[in-house]
Design a protein around this ligand. Structure first.
Ligand SMILES: C[S@@+](CC[C@H](N)C(=O)[O-])C[C@H]1O[C@@H](n2cnc3c(N)ncnc32)[C@H](O)[C@@H]1O
Length: 278
């Protein structure tokens, strides 16, 4: 086991509806597979595990000044969807760092499937980045730092691996003061969400990690309808969902997902986007 691996993160993503298997199943559906060889574009509908789709990746990339010569680290990269998007659209060189063995393996296999160039997958823990000081021009991350208890460490690791003048840009779940202790606990147990920050406390942590020119945007209003739509889509799976995950797991997921969406709709939980300079 990697040092500091939260077992709950592993369990949560072992059963997550966005998976390599689901991507491959979607591509295998009659009429969905393209006539020619697969490209990264064919995966984008299925391989992004964050809110706001490709537009959200693009905004982060712009905020971080990512271009064709940028060396980018995608911290907690999931199935590598955002990394492939950046490499194919911006021509950047991207390292996709992911902790979960199945997801890291899936990201590498999907890279091979679409002959992705400019994207390397590294299995590792964001709290102990396996890279030398100053390796990257940009560190990006989406909806992932919520899983990491020691946020000061992950931010100072990003600071360490960025070259001087490099940029960090990430989005994440944030908590509002009305989020209660029991609700936090339930989020931790279900989805390994831990030490949730506010917009202000994230900015303070970035400052303490050594970053300057810190900016934060509240994405809560933007994310609210998206989480509702995702819940409805999962519900629409119906018997398909039961067949895929088993009845107990499917119903449990629906119950917890409903609780989560209620927190978002009640204004207890929201999203934030943060940018800063090394
Ligand atoms: C919501 S997913 C986002 C994936 C990707 N950023 C995307 O937008 O498609 C969060 C990811 O963070 C990964 N993760 C959680 N803790 C991690 C850690 N300590 N180090 C590296 N990856 C981690 C999880 O395994 C999961 O794949």
């Amino acid at each position: 086991m990697l040092q500091g691996t939260p077992a709950r993160v592993r369990e949560f993503y072992d059963h997550h509806p966005i998976s390599e298997a689901r991507v491959l199943a979607a591509l295998a559906r009659p009429g969905l597979g393209p006539p020619g060889p697969l490209t990264a574009d064919d995966l984008f509908e299925f391989d992004q595990d964050h809110y706001g789709g490709l537009a959200a990746v693009d905004i982060l990339a712009r905020r971080a000044g990512v271009g064709a010569t940028s060396r980018v680290l995608d911290v907690c990269a999931g199935l590598g969807g955002p990394a492939r998007f950046l490499a194919s659209r911006r021509g950047s060189t991207v390292v996709a760092l992911e902790l979960h063995a199945g997801r890291a393996g899936g990201a590498a296999r999907l890279n091979r499937l679409v002959h992705a160039t400019g994207v390397a997958v590294v299995r590792g823990d964001a709290t102990a980045l396996p890279f030398a000081r100053g390796t990257f021009d940009a560190c990006l991350s989406q909806e992932a730092l919520l899983h990491i208890a020691d946020k000061p460490v992950v931010l100072s690791e990003c600071h360490r691996v960025l070259a001087p003048g490099g940029r960090i840009a990430f989005s994440d779940w944030i908590a509002y003061p009305s989020l209660g202790g029991r609700e936090r606990e339930r989020l931790r147990e279900w989805m390994a969400a831990t030490t949730l920050q506010t917009l202000d406390s994230y900015c303070a942590l970035l400052g303490r990690a050594g970053f300057a020119a810190i900016e934060a945007e509240d994405l809560s209003a933007e994310w609210r309808p998206i989480v509702r739509t995702r819940l409805e889509l999962n519900r629409a799976l119906g018997t398909d969902g039961v067949a895929r995950f088993g009845e107990q797991r499917y119903l449990e997921y629906d119950q917890l997902h409903t609780f989560f969406v209620r927190l978002v709709e009640d204004g207890k939980l929201g999203g934030g986007r943060f940018t800063a300079t090394r």
